[in-house]
Design a protein around this ligand. Structure first.
Ligand SMILES: [Zn+2]
Ligand SMILES: [Zn+2]
Length: 135
């Protein structure tokens, strides 16, 4: 893995070891992780404090975003839940009405139509019969 020196831009390869780098070309001392000057550079454990702070900041922002999303979802839920319940109620009512129609209204209508059709046929055939009846 290579990075270029922040001062002279010469390519530097990192060997295993600490983040304190010294450029072979210009003797510039810097931190491998955050590329800032080694003077006044703070370390945290074996790592780079600046980088750790950057990660902390990122984690904080991610957590805040997640929390904001969660609050928004809750708001959305309190607004929409009553509507969803209403819609479900209406759908159930529709289903009931349709079932009622299929079970009760439809058979009755069919029966009525059958009766009417039979009466109509009787009427027509009766007329034909009587029309052809020799006088
Ligand atoms: Zn350099
Ligand atoms: Zn650093």
């Amino acid at each position: 893995m290579t990075k270029s020196c922040p001062k002279c831009k010469v390519a530097i390869e990192k060997n295993m070891g600490c983040n304190h780098m010294t450029c072979k070309n210009c003797a510039h001392q810097f931190c491998w992780m955050c590329m800032s000057r080694w003077q006044n550079h703070e370390t945290e454990g074996t790592g780079c404090k600046t980088l750790a702070q950057m990660f902390d900041e990122k984690r904080k922002i991610a957590t805040q975003k997640a929390e904001a999303k969660c609050i928004w979802m809750q708001k959305f839920k309190t607004i929409w839940d009553p509507y969803l319940i209403k819609i479900t109620e209406i759908e159930n009512k529709k289903k009931d009405i349709f079932e009622q129609f299929e079970k009760v209204v439809l058979p009755q209508t069919r029966l009525k139509m059958k009766k009417q059709a039979r009466n109509f046929c009787n009427f027509i055939f009766g007329n034909i019969y009587f029309a052809n009846f020799p006088e």
